[in-house]
Design a protein around this ligand. Sequence first.
Ligand SMILES: [Zn+2]
Length: 90
Amino acid sequence: MAAKHDTLIPSDLEVAEMLRRRGMTYLSALPKALPGDRVLVHNRVRPTRSLGSRGFRAWLQNDTDNLDQCDCGFVPELGTHYRVRLRTDE
Ligand SMILES: [Zn+2]
């Protein structure tokens, strides 16, 4: 019943659990508006309107540690958003 972990790519469940532990809210759909105290963040997969499509993920979080402000044009109606900062191991 346990999933095999023979890949470095985390499963959706693992990602959701990591985000929850870090006080993040993993989005399965885009909100109409952002909560005032949180920022919208996406990973470094090219954004698409379909969250989860081709590995694209977005979430809300409380701080901007390790994030870069992003100008990719994803959901301009929601204002400023961020992406995960490039890491040197990629
Ligand atoms: Zn972006």
